[in-house]
Ligand binder design. Structure first.
Ligand code: ZN
Length: 448
């Protein structure tokens, strides 16, 4: 008996000393993504490397980082590791819709536009930019309801219309208050990255209260006053042509919905409208903004074949366009057309970061916040659709396997970071006590 106690005591001492040794040499990294093909256009990296994360920051992007230096190791071989994607045309919140939008008399103009911000995480997106759903009078509500609560980073273009979208006031000139717009941008500069104009007087007859360029001109005035870019959603008319819009746009301004049906992208002779190259040479930026009605293969495919690719990919996700599904769906369409993967990643990371003047985003540079997407490129037969109810067949498809925001794994539906259930830790096998409905989750799994 004495011998047994003595042996047990020795075991305890050994366990204690090994525990001590572990605590004396803690893991250098919280998380190590091992063996993935890293594409980080901002740093000209396109090769197999490991990515290490600690305290929410990227701390190393190197070859062959030893696995024993990390608290958690995730095998991402055969997958692509890229900066978290940036979708600069997304819709969150209620825009200008009154809170009682369920009331029958309000519904005609007051459908809620926004979809859940964190849905973006499902396609590798770590930053979304709300494209003018809210204006000066409704931005605070959007900030408190969505921006301050979302796990994904949410930034915004402020609508030149104070009431925002969807409240039925987008045609009212007295809603386009340049000074209020600029003051609101200045007040919330941490969140507001630009100004948006959209949906202004697309088919109604002109009158003294509604002149052709009012929304465009006032948005530019606000952008100039607040020193931020303007994003344009636009509907050409004889008195307000597309070419004139491109001439009005300042360097750094963003033309979203570039392949929408209403723009003369491809001229009658089959050539790309030369106005696009002229505008691009002046610094005008072209964005996809796919949406429910703004992407036609008849514009996109010939334009790409003639060398014109939009500067940034984006979804324009809102409640009316669930067919678009995701950022990776939009990116897949361009991959299927023939745009190389590293170029599609560039136009979904470092390019949009530059467009919204946030160069700290869209990169895996050491020291930056660890926003990371793990993507898979599949080969096979895939169908892609546009907004004209037409299909394009493709041979590749991009999808997200894991999304990491500020070092936390927030999306991992195939369990890349998890253990097989038979090897799960003891509490996994616990039966919860009566009255306790919480599952026995592990401590490192996000509880949202
Ligand atoms: Zn939109």
């Amino acid at each position: 008996m004495n011998t047994l106690l003595k042996n047990l005591a020795m075991v305890s001492v050994t366990l204690a000393s090994s525990a001590l040794m572990v605590s004396q040499t803690p893991a250098r990294y919280d998380l190590l993504l091992k063996g993935g093909r890293v594409i980080d256009p901002a740093n000209h990296i396109d090769e197999v490397r490991d990515v290490a994360v600690s305290l929410g920051k990227i701390v190393a992007v190197e070859k062959n980082i030893p696995v024993d230096q990390a608290g958690k190791v995730v095998d991402v071989s055969k997958l692509y590791v890229t900066p978290g994607l940036i979708d600069i045309h997304y819709h969150v919140g209620h825009g200008g819709a009154p809170l009682n939008w369920f009331a029958p008399e309000a519904r005609a103009h007051a459908l809620p536009l926004g979809i859940p911000a964190d849905m973006a995480l499902q396609s590798g997106v770590t930053t979304i930019v709300d494209a003018g759903t809210a204006g000066a009078e409704t931005f605070l509500q959007e900030k408190e309801e969505v921006i301050d609560r979302a796990a994904v980073r949410v930034l915004a273009f402020l609508n030149i219309v104070s009431n925002g979208m969807g409240g039925g006031l987008e045609g009212s000139l007295d809603q386009m208050d340049v000074k209020l717009c600029a003051a609101t941008v200045s007040r919330y500069r941490d969140f507001i990255v630009g100004v948006k104009t959209a949906h202004y007087w697309t088919r109604e007859p002109w009158d003294p209260e509604h002149v052709p360029w009012a929304a465009v001109d006032r948005a530019i005035e606000c952008g100039t006053l607040a020193n931020v870019p303007v994003m344009f959603d636009f509907w050409p008319r004889p008195e307000r042509t597309y070419e004139e819009l491109l001439k009005k746009m300042r360097p750094g301004d963003i033309h979203t919905h570039v392949f929408a049906q209403q723009f003369p992208i491809i001229l009658a002779d089959g050539k790309v409208n030369p106005a696009l190259a002229e505008a691009r040479a002046r610094g005008v930026i072209f964005d996809v903004g796919h949406g429910a009605g703004s992407f036609w293969f008849r514009n996109a495919v010939p334009a790409f074949k003639q060398g014109f690719t939009p500067d940034s990919m984006s979804t324009d996700l809102h409640t009316g366009d669930y067919n678009v599904v995701s950022m990776t769906n939009v990116m897949s369409k361009f991959l299927a057309m023939g745009v190389p993967l590293d170029d599609v990643i560039r136009r979904s990371t470092v390019n949009p970061a530059a467009e919204i003047h946030r160069p700290e985003l869209g990169t895996l540079s050491v020291g930056k916040e660890a926003d990371i997407a793990v993507l898979e490129l599949s080969k096979g037969d895939f169908g892609y659709i546009d907004c004209g109810v037409a299909r394009m067949n493709g041979k590749v498809q991009l999808s997200a396997r894991m999304t990491i925001r500020a070092g936390r794994i927030l999306y991992d539906p195939s369990g890349l970071s998890m253990v097989e259930w038979e090897k799960a830790r003891p509490q996994y096998f616990n039966i919860p006590g009566l009255g306790d409905s919480l599952p026995a989750r592990t401590d490192d799994y996000p509880r949202n």
